[in-house]
Design a binder for this molecule. Sequence first.
Ligand code: GLN
Length: 234
Amino acid sequence: MQYELNVAHLYGDLMNTYGDLGNILVLKYYAQQMGVKINSKVVSLDEDFKAEDYDIAVFGGGQDFEQVIVSKDIQTKKDELIKYIENDGCLLAICGGFQLLGHYYIDAKGDKIPGIGALDHYTEPQDNNRFIGNILIKNPENGEEYHGFENHQGVTHLGKDEKPLGIVEKGYGNNGQDHTEGAVYKNVYCTYFHGPILARNGNLAKNILMAALKRKYPDQDLSKAASLKVPASY
Ligand code: GLN
């Protein structure tokens, strides 16, 4: 049986700060070792996103300029993206992508950029400051640690249905105040980590691949995939 996962790289030509594309390369790298084929496709401006076509979506970070462009287009994909998320589709969203899945992002100029409200967070500006540097978080559910690098102007406040991806041990995280970093809702993983996150955190890459496989192949024996050993987060 050939397992296959279809990956949508949302706005991959616009939202790709610090090589977030690398997250897809890492998914392919580990998937190959699991015996899983990955087909990936950029889904950008004026292109259809159909919820049933995909098993994983990756939405990278971007600068305010690109976010304004994407914010307008993503409203046309809003219903299908919400359907995909509510139907347990896997999604990894980084920084600007994370912000646009929420209600809104107020940019460095003070302009309010609408998100799609698929997740219940919102993002406000800082006063002439950015959160930049190395960051370490610990996931409260599974105890895993994730190492990364953050660079963002926005400060994000999570909504009621969201859990953080991790609790900040070193760095700033969502807002520099409540020690949360990123968000998890159903099979959606959001984070401020660039770099790309999955290259340094094979544990998270494996979690996403396993979630996608379990959703697509609920009756299959996935023990070979589950036995994959990944390097420790660094
Ligand atoms: N423009 C957003 C901010 O500064 C997102 C940045 C990013 O994706 N790196 O908060």
